[in-house]
Design a binder for this molecule. Structure first.
Ligand code: IPM
Ligand code: MG
Length: 355
């Protein structure tokens, strides 16, 4: 297969970890007889430095021309004083909305090899944690009208959702649940917010009509944040709106104790997708060869699976990572003070296990 991949290394450790994911992808291509062409795109702080804005039209156009995008991370203290619409994070939002990526999958699972890294007590995670946050990504308060009054002493951000926006993301959640444990929890704030009441109504109607085989329940977001640390095993698929998904997915990733290992996919109705690690740009350790490249390598695996339907190849990446871990290799963030390998060595060891 021929694959056109846009690389957005971004800022901080972004370039370090994207480099290793490319190493592994190239190996997959040579073992399985595919050809990959890459195009590197500036977005985030690096684009602010070069062009004065976080995402240029050219950058967005290049991303659109690719079959899929692999992103490292954007942002850093260097750009913290930029005004709201010129911060590096705008690049992410611009890519998500410009590419129409309304569906964000954020799986959070505990690797048995790393179960000691979870901050939760053993008895809470003894049965493992394996959940998927399905976050709506191009609507809600992130993209609603926002502004200030004339003298700047009042501000507002509008949360708005249409039935159609809710339905399309809900379908993704129900379909994922069918391939998992068949259980969707809609997380909302329906005791307070009108948008949440529309979510409940719409999701219930859709479930009754098309997904009666999937178990559906509802939880207020405050309670969900509590249940996640009390009994994370109670969740299979969490379906939720943009901002709640932002918050809960950080919490979910933390309970696995290995945020450096978690990948994500942002998708739309066709095969195009943007794939990125869940962690941030960690500017304090950039360029030092100590970042964990695994989340990005696994994101590349998700890309092969979702955008190219290359399940065998994606499985090869997953098992190479598993074998890296089970042979006792660790990167600094997951070494618990023990021995560890650098970013490039980790990439090379995983590359060597692709077969
Ligand atoms: C995330 C991040 C982004 C978000 C920021 C960087 C804009 O926190 O991907 O979760 O809020 O969506
Ligand atoms: Mg976030």
């Amino acid at each position: 297969m021929e694959m056109k991949i846009a690389l957005v290394p971004g800022d901080g450790i972004g370039p370090d970890i994207v480099r290793e994911a490319v190493r592994v992808l190239d190996r997959v291509a040579s073992v399985y007889g595919h050809s990959i062409s890459y195009r590197t795109i500036d977005a985030g702080g690096v684009s602010i430095d070069k062009y004065g804005i976080p995402l240029t039209d050219d950058a967005l156009e290049s991303a659109k021309e690719a079959d899929a995008v692999l992103l490292g991370a954007v942002g850093g203290p260097k750009w913290d004083s930029c005004p709201g619409n010129k911060r590096p994070e705008r690049a992410l939002l611009g890519l998500r909305s410009g590419l129409g990526l309304f569906c964000n999958f954020r799986p959070a699972a505990i690797y048995p090899e790393l179960s000691d890294a979870s901050p939760l007590k053993k008895e809470i995670i003894s049965d493992g944690v394996d959940l998927l946050v399905v976050r709506e990504l191009t609507g809600g308060i992130y993209f609603g009208e926002k502004g200030r009054n004339d003298d700047g002493t009042e501000a507002f951000d509008m949360m708005r959702y249409s039935k159609q926006e809710i339905e399309r993301i809900s379908r993704k959640a129900f379909e994922s649940a069918r391939k998992r444990r068949g259980h969707v929890t809609l997380v909302d704030k329906a005791n307070v917010l009108e948008t949440s009441r529309l979510w409940r109504e719409t999701v219930s109607a859709l479930a009754a009509k098309e997904y009666s085989d999937v178990e559906l329940d509802f939880m207020y977001v405050d309670n969900a944040s509590m249940q996640l640390v009390r009994n994370p095993r109670a969740f299979d698929v969490i379906l939720t709106e943009n901002m709640f998904g932002d918050i809960l997915s950080d919490e979910a990733s933390m309970i696995t104790g290995s945020i450096g290992m978690l990948a994500s996919a942002s998708l739309r109705e066709d095969r195009f997708g943007m794939y990125e690690p869940i962690h941030g740009s960690a500017p304090d350790i950039a360029g030092q060869n100590i970042a964990n490249p695994i989340a990005t390598i696994l994101s590349a695996g998700m890309m092969l699976r979702y955008s190219f339907s290359l399940d065998k190849e994606a499985d090869a990446i997953d098992s190479a990572v598993r074998s890296f871990l089970s042979d006792g290799y660790r990167t600094k963030d997951i070494a618990s003070g023990g021995e560890w390998v650098g970013t490039d060595e980790a990439g090379k060891i995983i590359e060597g296990r692709i077969s």
